[in-house]
Design a protein around this ligand. Structure first.
Ligand SMILES: Cc1cc2nc3c(=O)[nH]c(=O)nc-3n(C[C@H](O)[C@H](O)[C@H](O)COP(=O)(O)OP(=O)(O)OC[C@H]3O[C@@H](n4cnc5c(N)ncnc54)[C@H](O)[C@@H]3O)c2cc1C
Length: 469
């Protein structure tokens, strides 16, 4: 069991990890398995970061368990354990409903090709060429082409096709049509590999299994343990300072806090070279989210309407409309009793992209009113798919960008870290400040459950090499 405070931690370790998101948990696990002593410090009272859940009136609500690509199967088997891998199951009914089209799909290449050919009348050779192009994209590619240019090249003038291809990815990583095409291509082809998957038993079960595994491998986990500062002396990392100025020493510190938090708040700009800070100043923060949680009374049920519903009343795909406080575009994640076989519960989570600025500036009264309105709009929208849902609910609650900021400390409550330029800063931080590493959502590619875990493995290799050198 994780400690409820930092009091039980020793005074020095090989590695200190700040934050227990999926990246922080994975890097801790890999390094402990490689024989290093690891301390994991988490400011919240629950591990998992954005991979989290909360309980109300007997319901368990998942925050970020909406869907991930098949790649999680291999990643969890290789870097976590067989039991975690064995609980990954496919979501087969993905629904789109908007003024341009309504359809149901398994969200994989085979089904998407058939839909593009039969429903959208796109030539098969164009479809094949498009899929081959995006699946051939990788990290080191030319980044000058934008997603808009990519779509215009293959499907000129087809805003309906652009919407089908883009809308789910915008929900998955906050990317827009004007960002490098690889931020779209890598994530889209990951999903197209075999479809959308989830974790049976819910986020609470997954994080519980991960914490059991890291503790078995010797990691010390302390919750309610906020790191106030990364200690740097003579150009090298020496450890961290926690509340009450308690210093814990380590030659390597890995921050799973956001990259901007890490540089500007935890380390401080004066410990980095000037040109590095100039580059860091260019980092753009990704958008945040709003969510509405609906708990269905025990004994109530409804027919299967699909697992993920991408719904919108906007005439066309529009990144700004998706971010608007009053957006009509939302994803409904429907959790049937099969999600948690031990708990015969139905819950629904409505997710929307959102801007921190729109919510942070409201006074208390307006903020509560805006949350109430958000809940009402979401329930009204869901009524179109599940008539009578309002009467079946015994819990309604909303989260806003301020909520995400409060629980994770992320700059402007970002849901997906930073835009593309954050990646290079995250990857090079240990080269300018020996001993300081970063793991966490950057560059869009390293975000999401799969991206965060895989990034944890990459950073663990860097840290292992550093500690052995
Ligand atoms: C609403 C929403 C829905 C999402 N849906 C999906 C989805 O369906 N599929 C998917 O794959 N991804 C989804 N994501 C994204 C995914 O959850 C994240 O990309 C991933 O969990 C981030 O992991 P991370 O390692 O970057 O760390 P984070 O989860 O960001 O965790 C960072 C941790 O560091 C801690 N911390 C920060 N500063 C300090 C400090 N000073 N001291 C101690 N601790 C600190 C925080 O408390 C937090 O626990 C969603 C995200 C959101 C917000």
């Amino acid at each position: 069991m994780p400690y409820k405070s930092i009091d039980k931690a020793k005074s020095n370790y090989d590695v200190i990890v700040i934050g227990s998101g999926l990246g922080g948990l994975t890097v801790s696990n890999r390094l402990a398995r490689a024989g290093h002593s690891v301390l994991l410090l988490e400011h919240h009272h629950q591990p998992g970061g954005l991979a989290t859940w909360f309980k109300r009136k007997g319901h368990i609500f998942d925050i970020s368990l909406h869907g991930f690509p098949y790649g999680m199967v291999k990643t969890c088997r290789k870097y976590w354990n067989q039991a975690i891998k064995d609980s990954i199951v496919q979501l087969k009914n993905i629904v789109f409903d908007n003024p341009q089209f309504s359809l149901k799909t398994t969200f994989d290449r085979h089904d998407f090709s058939a839909i593009l050919r039969d429903k959208f009348a796109i030539n098969q050779a164009v479809i094949d060429n498009f899929f081959n192009t995006v699946s051939g994209m990788n990290f080191y590619d030319d980044q000058s082409m934008t997603t808009r240019e990519l779509f215009d090249k293959f499907f000129p003038g087809r805003s309906d096709v652009h919407r089908l291809l883009m809308e789910p990815i915008t929900y998955a990583n906050g990317s827009t049509l004007d960002e490098p095409a690889i931020t779209y291509g890598i994530v889209f082809s990951n999903f197209m590999n075999k479809g959308v998957f989830t974790f049976q038993g819910g986020t609470d079960r997954l994080i519980g299994m991960m914490v059991d595994e890291i503790e078995k491998n010797g990691v010390t986990v302390c919750l309610n343990s906020k790191v106030e500062r990364i200690v740097v002396e003579k150009g090298k990392v020496k450890g961290v300072a926690c509340a009450g100025e308690r210093i814990i020493s380590a030659p390597a510190v890995i921050s799973n806090s956001g990259i901007t938090n890490t540089i500007y708040n935890l380390a401080g700009t004066d410990v980095f070279p000037e040109d590095f800070i100039q580059q860091a100043d260019q980092i753009k923060i990704n958008n945040s989210s709003c969510q509405v949680y609906l708990g269905i009374k025990k004994g109530e049920s409804f027919a299967d309407v699909g697992d993920l519903l991408f719904t919108s009343r906007a005439p066309e795909f529009d990144s700004n409309e998706l971010l608007d406080m009053h957006t009509s575009s939302k994803t409904f994640s429907i959790y049937y009793p099969r999600t948690r076989p031990d708990n015969s519960d139905y819950t629904v989570v409505a997710s929307m992209n959102a801007r921190y600025e729109d919510w942070a500036g409201l006074d208390k009264k307006d903020y509560h009113k805006a949350k109430e309105d958000l809940i009402n709009r979401s329930v009204d929208d869901l009524e179109r798919y599940i008539p009578g849902i309002r009467e079946k609910c015994d819990w309604l609650e909303a989260a806003t960008p301020k909520t995400f900021n409060r629980y994770t400390l992320h700059t402007r409550g970002t849901s997906f870290g930073t835009k593309f330029e954050g990646l290079n800063i995250s990857r090079s931080i240990f080269k300018v400040l020996p001993g300081l590493f970063h793991v966490g959502s950057v560059g869009i590619i390293m975000s999401g459950w799969l991206g965060a875990i895989n990034y944890g493995v990459i950073v663990a290799n860097d840290v292992d090499a550093f500690l052995r050198s």
